[in-house]
Ligand binder design. Structure first.
Ligand SMILES: C[S@@+](CC[C@H](N)C(=O)[O-])C[C@H]1O[C@@H](n2cnc3c(N)ncnc32)[C@H](O)[C@@H]1O
Length: 252
């Protein structure tokens, strides 16, 4: 299928998800406030365990918030996404430090918001590129840390993505995977789903078990966390999800 993420409405939905304030996203006195700021928490929940690094990579970076968050911890950060629309929006934030968001209220009624990237995040040390995470050339180099948030269940070949990590992460380096494992044939042909498949033999393995066996001999599982997140579709409709995040260390 054509890339689902080459879409201006989704760019606006993700700009709000990545850069909106809590009240921008959830203007009710009730609701899952702890699910806000997922692109920030994908970094802040793990980097204190890892510490300062030289090079970091955000794969499937979308409009770039986690990439900028990684600049708190890494000297150089690269964000890669398949969507030209998303990378153009991330580059706009990098160039201007400003985020222009069209927030959908109802139907075709929108509110225009302007937000600023927090000034302590480095725009100079981040760059964004269009690329396929499952087919990156060797010129990208190796990283001390790779983050892939909500990507594994959105690529055509999750196994190719898993294979690519051993070339991308330095021995001793870290990998953060986070995903709600929403397996859909619109993104991944069913034979390639890692989990979520009915096995007539009754031997269905979880996605985490499948990742662990694909990583045997390459990455050790350090810890897992449940990371909830909230994406606003319009003023009265939200997607609330719980990702399973896992921290892996490349064997030396
Ligand atoms: C569900 S979004 C998650 C984005 C972001 N990491 C977040 O957590 O908000 C999935 C992203 O992966 C990107 N993507 C899908 N397939 C990709 C691929 N093969 N290589 C790089 N990016 C890809 C999409 O364009 C989209 O931006």
């Amino acid at each position: 299928m054509s890339n689902f993420y080459e879409n201006d409405d989704l760019v606006d939905q993700y700009l709000l998800f990545h850069y909106g304030t809590g009240d921008d996203q959830l203007p009710f006195p009730f609701g899952p406030r702890d699910a806000l700021f997922y692109p920030v928490r994908c970094v802040s929940e793990f980097l204190p365990e890892i510490g300062i690094v030289e090079r970091a990579l955000d794969l499937g970076c979308a409009v770039g918030r986690s990439t900028f968050e990684l600049s708190r911890w890494a000297r150089e950060v690269v964000g890669i996404d398949l969507s030209h629309h998303f990378v153009a929006a991330a580059n706009q934030v990098r160039t201007t430090g400003r985020i222009e968001i069209r927030r959908v209220e109802e139907g075709e009624i929108v509110t225009r918001l302007t937000r600023e990237l927090p000034p302590e995040l480095s725009r100079e040390r981040c760059r964004f590129e269009v690329g396929d995470a499952t087919n990156l050339g060797p010129e990208i180099g190796r990283f001390d840390l790779v983050l892939a948030a909500n990507l594994i269940d959105r690529v055509k070949s999750p196994r190719d993505l898993l294979k690519s990590f051993s070339a991308l992460v330095h021995p001793g380096g870290h990998l953060i995977l986070s995903s709600p494992y929403t397996w859909l044939e619109a993104f991944t042909p069913k034979p390639d789903w890692l989990g979520g498949k009915y096995e007539p033999s009754g031997e269905s393995a979880s996605t985490l078990d499948r990742i662990r066996s694909a990583f045997r001999g390459y990455f050790d599982l350090k810890l897992t966390k449940e990371l909830q997140f909230l994406i606003r579709e319009h003023a009265r409709k939200f997607q609330w999800s719980v990702a399973q995040a896992s921290l892996w260390q490349r064997q030396k």
